[in-house]
Design a protein. Structure first.
Length: 577
């Protein structure tokens, strides 16, 4: 199959970055914001020079500090050239080595747009057209208009084998399945970012099929997945199927070339509550647009029915292993399972109260309120509930409502204060990446980008710029100022991720992967080690490989992109004011 090589201009002069000892944000620094580079111990230079495109020296200096890695004991130099504020393309020299440095207005805008456009590239059940996707066009697949009810999902009025229609939606990650828990979480993150940054986000032109309508592209793209989610509710009892899936993961083929039967599988408490939260949140936000009035009315009813089902079934957790002992066919795809539902009840009750104003939901939200703030993840969503209450407070919509929002604000700021304690000794001048527990499956997502979102909240609440600087530093980490030297967003940077664990990118015959996707990042668990021999190190922050087989460090996922979009649009929105 013929290969098509893209982004050659990006890879050109700096393609040898594997050995690069100068680690920078490869996407770009904002003129008025912090600008830091990190020098690896392989480079013994003690003085550094920044030159402009004409070779003129614009800055010279020494490291402002050194820092020792807690994982490898490597001593790195931290170089700060924040005094350079003129936009342009520069070169940073450290001894015999050099690295391209970009300073520009709207530095993160292109990545933010690409990260959101990536959701269009994940759409199922429709052709991805050349006029919207360029060389990444592909025919329609997984129409999902004839999906079977799996034995684990059977009910009296929808027995095993019932054929239902459940089209639309996004492929969840590197695979071709669709999962309610992760879809709901993803949309929750995206819509919260939308509410706080509406003026900026409304002007994002994603170039998608709906771009000519009167609704912001950002919301139209999310609606494509919402339209799938609402089909996943059993119309007879209000329960919600956990996922729509094949029994086993498909091979690395294009979606039009695979043919396993697809099923809706077991209803679950978490699916019902994440569904309820997401549909209620969407109904509130989309009600401003006449195009979606009918959807909003349907969404509120669906959300209330799903919540009522969960109240009756508060511990009906997804149990794939148990199902496989009882039912056929066995299902071996992603589980998205957890054994607690208080966090989902909190988020769902919060969103249902905000859209219905019913006191029963208010009291439920109070009873499930968490004791402290945690960055939200698909398996621990209380942080989405906390952030939603803070959002509504910031938007001035809680006047006269007696909910302990001030405590939640204080809890969030306290979490961020703990993050800030790690900055003075950080090897990469970011609050992320200094502890073993920072690195796990998808470490670039909640632990870095999600943390960055929390830091932007702390900045908004306190007006202390140290939090905003730290959020930008987390983005700098993702864009190349890290132990691996990779810019972790496909299609960007001078050392690019080229082989993500994503069937679409692996099978399409194009060398460059689909752009705009956040790779999972360093994961010392190396759960894929039996199939991957290319890990360069067991050190926590170096345990990453750009290998298509590395699902543990190099997969992509919609929830990971949601964090990235949320962080970048918040930074861009703030700096465009």
């Amino acid at each position: 199959m013929k290969k098509i090589l893209l982004a050659a201009s990006m890879l050109g002069a700096y393609a040898s970055a594997d050995a690069q000892s100068i680690k920078v944000n490869q996407v770009g620094y904002y003129p008025s914001e912090i600008k830091v580079a990190v020098i690896e111990p392989t480079n013994t230079a003690k003085a550094f020079v920044l030159k402009d495109a004409k070779g003129k020296k614009v800055w010279a200096g020494k490291a402002v500090r050194t820092s020792v890695s807690p994982f490898t004991q490597k001593e790195r130099q931290i170089v700060d050239f924040s005094s350079v504020k003129t936009p342009g393309t520069y070169t940073l020299f450290a001894g015999k080595e050099q690295q391209k440095v970009i300073i520009k207005d709207k530095a993160f805008a292109d990545v933010a747009k690409a990260a959101m456009k990536a959701f269009y590239l994940q759409r199922t059940a429709m052709p991805i057209e050349e006029k919207y996707a360029g060389v990444y066009a592909r025919p329609a697949a997984h129409m999902d208009n004839k999906v079977l009810v799996h034995a684990s999902a059977a009910s009296p009025l929808r027995p095993e084998g019932t054929v239902i229609s459940s089209p639309y939606g996004w492929y969840d990650a590197g695979d071709f399945n669709k999962y309610i828990v992760n879809s709901g979480f993803t949309i929750g993150v995206l819509l919260q970012a939308y509410e706080l940054n509406k003026a900026y986000v409304d002007n994002m032109n994603l170039v998608i099929p709906e771009s000519e309508d009167a609704v912001p592209d950002y919301l139209d793209e999310i609606m494509y997945n919402l339209k799938w989610m609402i089909t996943m509710q059993d119309p007879y009892d209000g329960g919600v199927y956990h996922k729509l899936t094949t029994p086993n993961f498909e091979g690395f083929e294009m979606p039009a070339n695979v043919s396993q039967t697809r099923y809706v599988v077991q209803k679950s408490t978490q699916a019902a509550l994440d569904f309820a939260a997401t549909l209620a949140q969407a109904a509130r936000i989309y009600s401003a647009y006449s195009k979606y009035q009918s959807f909003c009315k349907e969404a509120v009813k669906a959300a209330e029915r799903a919540y009522a089902w969960a109240v009756k079934n508060p511990t009906f957790y997804y149990d794939q292993n148990g199902n496989n002992k009882k039912y056929s066919p066995k299902v071996n795809t992603g589980m998205y399972d957890d054994r607690a539902s208080a966090d989902e009840f909190f988020w769902a009750a919060t969103e249902l109260y905000l859209v219905t104003k019913q006191n029963s939901y208010f009291e439920q939200a109070k009873s499930f309120m968490p004791q402290s703030y945690r960055v939200p993840t698909w398996g621990e969503v209380s942080g989405l509930g906390v952030q939603e209450w803070i959002n509504q407070s910031l938007l001035g919509k809680l006047d006269g409502i007696d909910f302990p929002v001030e405590k939640m604000k204080a809890d969030l700021v306290s979490y961020c204060d703990d993050c800030m304690l790690r900055m003075p000794t950080s090897c990469f001048n970011a609050p992320h990446g200094n502890r073993e527990k920072d690195f796990c499956w998808g470490s670039n997502s909640e632990n870095c980008a999600g943390q960055g979102i929390a830091l932007t909240y702390a900045y908004t609440l306190t007006k202390d710029k140290k939090y905003f600087d730290a959020a930008i530093s987390d983005a700098d980490y993702l864009f190349g100022r890290n132990a691996t030297g990779y810019c972790f967003v496909t299609g960007f940077g001078t050392k690019q991720v080229m082989h993500p664990h994503q069937r679409l990118s692996a099978a399409d015959g194009i060398d460059a992967p689909l752009p705009g996707f956040l790779a999972g990042g360093p994961n010392p668990g190396q759960q894929d080690i039996a199939n991957v021999t290319s890990y360069p190190s067991k050190a926590a922050d170096e345990s990453y490989t750009d290998d298509v087989n590395s699902y543990a460090s190099n997969e992509i996922a919609i929830n990971w992109n949601a964090y990235l979009v949320g962080l970048l649009v918040t930074i861009e929105s703030e700096l465009s004011k």
